[in-house]
Design a protein. Structure first.
Length: 258
């Protein structure tokens, strides 16, 4: 009799198993009650919400169907395995010159800052002065990509790009003209070190009469190249704000500026 009564009053779709507790003699069925205990079936799926049915009248055998409230329990679920974070940038400092060139072949897949670091490190490798990087197919592609993204660089990046191009003896007038325009555009954001690098790249150095003829000839060529990179108005604009940064310059930077 109890089993047939339970079959008529059972609630389907629950995640727990019912147990019957008798509070009165067997004949007084109207006073019997059902108590439901939480019992999750199976293993919890990752990030899947499990529901619990709850109601003040849940399990009373002397009532009909009852409406239950669905709520999400605070259950610790298993999270998916997440690999540890790793640096995904190209470290050109540990690469040789040929390795840098092989990576520059895929210029379209590199970040702008990675291209900038590649140009800087390529100028530090031994024998870089023996090549004409303006005609090299890999560096030419990198220079074109950097030229299109000059407006995205800040003051430090522009200063580093000027240093890298100066190391590679890159003398494209169009490129240097764009660089001078962008330097003037964000001139108020340059610090003392970056501004000293800009002056060292654009301004020609003073000749030393004690140098031999070969070194003097190299200095003359370098002076002519730097004079073609910018005009006098650009240098005058930078020189006028140098006194503001003198207190922040190191001894080496102050010597280069002078």
């Amino acid at each position: 009799m109890l089993a047939s009564l339970y079959k008529q009053r059972k609630v389907t779709g629950m995640l727990f198993r019912p147990f019957v507790h008798l509070k009165s003699p067997l004949m007084q069925l109207q006073f019997r009650s059902m108590t439901f205990y939480h019992q999750f079936s199976g293993m919890l799926i990752n990030r899947e919400k499990q529901v619990v049915l709850s109601s003040n009248r849940l399990g009373k055998v002397n009532h009909g169907r009852v409406k239950v409230r669905i709520r999400n329990p605070m259950v610790a679920t298993k999270t998916a395995f997440q690999p540890p974070l790793r640096h995904d940038f190209m470290n050109f400092k540990v690469m040789s010159g040929n390795e840098i060139l092989l990576n520059l072949e895929n210029t379209e897949y590199l970040r702008k800052t990675e291209l900038l670091n590649a140009i800087l490190e390529l100028g530090k490798r031994k024998g870089h002065e023996k090549h004409d990087w303006e005609l090299h197919p890999y560096t030419k592609k990198a220079f074109e990509a950097l030229k299109k993204s000059l407006g995205q660089f800040d003051a430090i990046h522009l200063s580093q790009l000027c240093m890298g191009l100066n190391r590679l003896n890159y003398n494209n007038p169009e490129m240097w003209k764009l660089l001078s325009e962008h330097v003037l555009r964000i001139l108020h954001k340059f610090d003392a070190k970056s501004l000293a690098n800009i002056i060292n790249v654009f301004a020609p150095q003073r000749e030393d009469s004690l140098e031999d003829d070969v070194v003097y000839l190299d200095k003359e060529i370098e002076k002519k190249q730097k004079q073609e990179r910018c005009n006098d108005a650009f240098l005058q604009r930078i020189i006028t704000i140098i006194p503001v940064f003198v207190k922040d310059l190191s001894c080496e930077e102050l010597v280069r500026v002078c």
